[in-house]
Design a protein around this ligand. Sequence first.
Ligand code: ADP
Length: 432
Amino acid sequence: MQIDTDTFWLAAVVLLGALMAATMALAIAAARVRAAARRVHEQQTQHEGMSNRLLENEYRLRAIIESEPECMKLQAANGTVLEINPAGLALLEADSPGDVIGKPIYLFVAAESRDVYRDNVRRVFAGESVVYEFRLITLKGSSRWMETHATPLRDAHGAIYALLAITRDITDRRLVEERARRHQSELAHVARLSTMGEMATALAHELNQPLSAIAAFARGCTRRVRAGTTTLAELNEPLDAISEQAERAGAMIRHLREFVRKRELERVAIDINLVVRSVAQFAEIEARQHATRLRLELAGGLAPAHADPIMVEQVIGNLVRNAIDAMDEAHSPCREITVRTARADGAAIGVEVSDTGPGIMAGLVEQVFDPFFTTKPDGVGMGLSISRSIVESHGGRIGVRSRPGGGATFGFTLPVFSQEVTRDALAHGVRR
Ligand code: ADP
């Protein structure tokens, strides 16, 4: 019986122990479940917070894009418009987003701007941010000039999935630029006409030479033919000389006619040394009449410049004429003008015109390029101002160095001709 009691207590203790262990295990499991539930809840709240924040951000971004006064649009690589804001729709004179979204942008880009546009889209999808100008035809048929800043949009893995473009209407700016350009070419034309007046006197004198030579050769031929003392073969030489002199005179007149013709800026690849030589042909006549020596120091192996040759001639001609005037007025004992060409800093070609005149008075150096600044009794003060606008319209710079009493050196630069320059010129509607 004793054994039975012991067994009972033992069983009771074991049972109690097992019960306690089970209760503890349950409590631990319950605590774990509670902790897990808490974590899930926390994560859920966090997640909700995050998606709320994402939604908020998206609303904010949308509000910004919608209220943005400039046109903002997303575009695919093939030119399809993915999204566009109301300002963009207004720019395109569209009545609803459906008029534009899903359509290729090239429907609205003017034919002559399409290559530039396509090229820039390609650059954006290759990872570049670009700025370009193009002409747009709206849905109602108006023509407007646009400037676009475009940048690639990337997904979480860094792949470019769209182009984000901000576009603004620059038609008014273009019109002002166009008017200024026309005004400048008119001014330059007037200046060339007045230059022609001065050149005509010198040219009349110079044309005398070939014309007298032609007359003399022709008289010689007639004399010989009349006297019957010549063979036809013997007449070849004087007749060749006559044609040569007539061609020389013709070339001078042609050149002068081209110089005074009214024209737009026409930029091409030019050999600057040829242009300098062509000006020198005329300038030399005038220099000689003022007891001035004209020297050329032309660098070899220069790259071609991207410029309008007649306009560049006008600038060099102005600088040479000013040098002659300055030395004349100051009665300079030594009168020499040197026209130099050289490679300049950056992708540029430099031209310099130096003289041995009085130089420019200290304090006036800054003013000589101002319109209507002149120290000459019969000066107009437009020569240097026109020269500066011509050089700047080519993307070059003009300046002067002067030592009072030691002569003045005027120098300007022109960009080197390259495919890049040509593409820019096309993008900006510059005629070549
Ligand atoms: P203009 O020849 O009608 O005076 P420009 O604009 O060509 O007009 O020149 C403005 C002024 O710059 C001249 O009146 C003169 O005072 C000064 N200048 C220009 N070139 C020289 C030079 N080579 N040496 C000294 N002064 C010069």
